[in-house]
Design a protein around this ligand. Structure first.
Ligand SMILES: C[S@@+](CC[C@H](N)C(=O)[O-])C[C@H]1O[C@@H](n2cnc3c(N)ncnc32)[C@H](O)[C@@H]1O
Length: 234
């Protein structure tokens, strides 16, 4: 789903399949997106603070036979590692939940993007955890997540922060970004018992199709596990 949206965004740039984009994957981890993008012949750089993740990324790139530049670094310090206005496409997937200062990180994302470039942000949705904790019978934790400014369900919550679409939009607007599109990722999939999907013939495909439609639905995506936003600075 996120991959399809990214592919469409690359195609919508009007560039031909032969164009090579400079892609910066901030917090790109083990290269789940970086390596397939490099396989499409884009020039991909991953910046991530985790040496272990970067080592796995390198192994994955080697297995596929592609080159990805891997650099240890932090979202807020992007300009220490890459030049301003140097990327056509910046990915920031599953990272804003972890950074120390969201505004600082978003400002750095804006600084490294070329005018007219695209930012792809994927972030955990506060509303989803409220529903997920409630469905699991953890009602106090669901209430905590609903009231907590960081959308955490309690002190044992492993995630430092979650967002709502409104908060994410505000944070991006404050950083000078203009939102081009919002998708919900896993609107119902994480709530459906796996046995139901495995038992019914055709259920998995039907669920994928439902997710595809629900992702675009403004009211349904409000409870999706993750929010995917495409934005530009131009
Ligand atoms: C949930 S993983 C996501 C990995 C990858 N983006 C993906 O979508 O598969 C979060 C990644 O963010 C990295 N990370 C954590 N804090 C960061 C920071 N301050 N700046 C950049 N990356 C960070 C972690 O090392 C980890 O690789």
């Amino acid at each position: 789903m996120v991959w399809d949206v990214l592919q469409d965004a690359i195609a919508a740039r009007g560039s031909s399949a032969l164009d090579v984009l400079d892609v910066l994957d901030v917090g790109g981890g083990t290269g789940g997106f970086a390596v397939p993008l490099a396989a499409l012949r884009h020039r991909v750089t991953v910046i991530d603070p985790s040496p272990d993740a970067l080592a796995s990324l390198q192994r994955r790139a080697d297995e596929v036979g592609v080159t990805v530049t891997a650099t240890q670094g932090d979202a807020a310090g992007l300009l220490d590692v890459v030049g301003p206005g140097s990327a056509d496409l910046v990915l920031c997937h599953g990272v804003l939940e972890h950074v120390e200062d969201v505004a600082l990180a978003v400002a750095a994302l804006a600084a490294v993007l070329r005018p007219g470039g695209t930012l792809s942000v994927l972030a955990a949705n506060r509303n989803a955890v409220v529903v997920a904790r409630a469905v699991a019978g953890h009602f106090a934790e669901a209430r905590h997540a609903l009231n907590d400014p960081d959308g955490r369900w309690g002190p044992a919550d492993p995630l430092p922060r979650r967002f709502t679409e409104t908060v994410l939009r505000d944070v991006l607007a404050a950083g000078g970004f203009r939102v081009q599109g919002v998708h919900g990722v896993r609107v119902v999939a994480d709530l459906v018992p796996g046995a139901l999907v495995d038992r019914e013939p055709g259920a998995a495909d039907a669920l994928v199709e439902l997710e595809r439609l629900a992702a675009e639905h403004p009211e349904l995506r409000a409870v999706a596990t993750q929010l995917h936003i495409l934005a530009t600075t131009g």
